[in-house]
Design a protein around this ligand. Structure first.
Ligand code: PLP
Length: 445
């Protein structure tokens, strides 16, 4: 089978595609060939506006020569070096650069950095650090990990255990002892809100309920996405994250923010922790860390967490954890070049500058057929459609295909459309997004 007999069309049989309906896709493939700035080009030469920064990762836009040059320089200087009991300067340099912008207030930044290869690895790393921390302070009975319904924390066994998406969990075993808060999505109270919803902060008290149920002495950590993306843009109600922080403090539970999508400017501050003014103990990142150019993740830990593990005999490995590609030199080169671009182009705060226009444009779709909610924060939008009778997800999928054919890349999850454009987006692109999506919504059955 090949891609519709187009020139340069690849044979499609061998590649088992991730999170894709393989048979459906291969019957009618959508193939991308190149990318520059705000746009992709398909293999048949059509220009497609990127409404999702790839998969929430290409924050500085596509085709950044500075990143490519840095990676090439690094690969031709030293392609790979091990990070176990050996080091290379660029990994330390990148960690120092990240420490400078780390989440948290001055003097209490989460400036101890562990490198991974992806968001899923960052999550599993953070959960393991939390368990190791509790044990190191004499709290070894704390092995339970708390996530939240509708949470997405990648696809490792740790991530799916605290994650709250049924399809990702259904056929796989999970870590014993994980449990979940209820999610905060409540359309009856909070539909069509710009920014944080007013209602439902009290859902954070679910953590008290789980403490009462299991005992605080069994709980190591609670992990949430400050803004959930993969389950359709769930924005924390006002006061919710603060309340979660307070409950964690009261019971000796570590708070982990999964910032794989919110990190690196998505909300108009470098991290959601800064944007919301709530400092967790550990932050997971990936994606925008390298502008998506080279796979990489990073876990930011507080000094309290890090230092608790830095004792025992000096020759002893403090954390039995790490990846062949932790601190990969080419990924670090991509990361440093990415941070330079973010700094030089003011991209970490650009979402704050564009926010008003973004909110207004997205909420102008209110009233179009099937739209039952629009929610926006930073440079993120979620547009929820009423499901088609007996076919949940089908309506949004049709909108996705229609938009793609008309030159706009959107992301859909269930019947929710999510937008997260590159942070270099201009007002004219926002207008184009609204226009193409608006037409698709009017057409869809
Ligand atoms: N955590 C969150 C919040 C994510 O959105 C994602 C990916 O979308 C992940 C973790 C997993 O990242 P990766 O796909 O790089 O493993």
């Amino acid at each position: 089978m090949n891609a519709h007999d187009k020139p340069n069309a690849p044979v499609l049989d061998s590649y088992w595609m991730p999170f894709t309906a393989n048979r459906q896709f291969k019957a009618a493939p959508r193939l991308l060939a190149s990318a520059e700035g705000m746009h992709y080009t398909s293999i048949d030469g059509r220009t497609i506006l990127d409404g999702t920064a790839g998969l929430w990762c290409v924050n500085a836009g596509h085709g950044r020569r500075q990143i490519a040059a840095a990676v090439e320089r690094q690969l031709t200087t030293m392609d790979y070096a091990p990070s176990f009991q050996l080091g290379h300067p660029i990994a330390f340099d990148f960690a120092e650069r990240l420490a400078e912008i780390a989440p948290g207030p001055a003097g209490a930044k989460l400036d101890r950095i562990f490198f991974t290869g992806s968001g899923s690895e960052s999550v599993d790393t953070a959960l393991k650090i939390a368990l190791a921390y509790q044990r190191s302070i004499g709290q070894g009975t704390r092995t339970r990990l708390i996530g939240r319904e509708r949470g997405y924390h990648g696809v490792g066994f740790g991530g799916i255990s605290v994650g709250g998406i049924l399809n990702n969990r259904r056929v796989f075993p999970q870590l014993a002892g994980s449990d979940h808060l209820r999610h905060t999505h409540d359309l009856a109270k909070n539909a069509f809100v710009k920014g944080q919803p007013e209602h439902s902060a009290e859902l954070a008290d679910d953590l008290e309920r789980l403490v009462a149920l299991h005992g605080a002495e069994t709980i190591a950590a609670c992990i949430v996405e400050p803004v959930a993306g993969s389950t359709g843009v769930l924005i924390p109600p006002k006061g919710y994250l603060e309340r979660l922080r307070a409950i964690c403090d009261r019971h000796g539970i570590l708070l982990i923010f999964d910032e794989v999508i919110t990190g690196f400017g998505r909300l108009g501050a470098t991290f959601a922790a800064d944007y919301f003014g709530v400092t967790p103990d550990i932050v997971t990142t990936a994606k925008g860390l390298t502008n998506g150019a080279i796979p990489m993740g990073a876990v930011f830990a507080s000094r309290k967490v890090h230092d608790a593990l830095m004792h025992g005999p000096e020759g002893q490995i403090e954390l039995f954890h790490g990846y062949t590609y932790s601190g990969h030199p080419a990924a670090c080169a991509a990361g440093i070049a990415t941070l330079d671009i973010y700094r030089d182009e003011g991209l970490m705060t650009r979402a704050a500058e564009l926010q008003e226009d973004w909110h207004a444009a997205m909420h102008s779709l209110n009233g179009l057929p099937h739209v039952i909610d629009i929610r926006t924060i930073g440079l993120i939008a979620g547009i929820e459609l009423s499901p088609r009778d007996g076919a949940p997800g089908a309506r949004a999928y049709d909108v996705f295909v229609d938009c793609f054919e008309r030159g706009l890349m959107i992301r859909v999850t269930g019947d929710i459309i999510a937008f997260s454009p590159p942070l270099i987006v201009e007002k004219q692109h926002i207008g184009e997004i609204v226009s193409i999506l608006g037409d698709a919504l009017k057409r869809v059955k």
